[in-house]
Design a protein. Sequence first.
Length: 270
Amino acid sequence: MSDPSPALLFDRRAWRLHRARAERQGRVDFLREEVGGRLTDRLDLVERVFPAALALGEVELAGRASTEWIVGEKIVSDPELVPFREASFDLVASNLLLHWAGDLPGALVQLCRILRPGGLLLAAMLGGQTLVELRTALFEAELAEEGGVSPRVSPTVELSDAAALLQRAGFAKPVADSETITVSYPDLRTLMRDLRGMGETNALAARRRGFLRRATLARAAAIYAERFAGADGRIPATFEVLFLTGWAPHPDDAKPRSGPRREIPQQRVT
């Protein structure tokens, strides 16, 4: 049997409903704001002006010397749909959206397409070590209580694969690096409440419908605390953030450019 289409990985309607619910009930924005700040810090390292910029997700480009005309696509942005003409932008900055692309290579191709020659993609997305503690606790709890497991946490891209994906999508000088943000919580319920407020809850097409059983949730909380809690009893939640940088190919890339262009340095911070 052939593999299902990657576009069917996520239930797009459920994803939009989760985002809309978070918006109505008061979004939890601390992670998006923190990552957005780190994203624009990296943009400030590029000594170049971008006349036309696209902001996908919560990323603050207004008022920066490097950007002039800005199109903002915020909470309603869908990484599967990029409704812009070819060569429309000099910069695309994307904050915590691309991990929701069922076809990530295809989404990157679309972003490369809408960049003008020599344009820059600067993106942040959640990586493979994100919520590793929650994955472990849910897997073991569901196996113990229900005799099997269902998809609960979205698959994510590993750092080792990210630069290759950029190159495959047509970007020049691809760079991928990661930073780890660890947040502590008093208990599992508080963590899960924050994930709902972020709009980052399960939207897998193959997910089991309905809520976690009480016994499964209680066991997951116990496993989480036993395996990962610190001396103060609080539990950590790890968010690995991948930062992707790529340039749309330019005819002059093989020729010396007039004046220096400072590249974003590759680094790994934990």
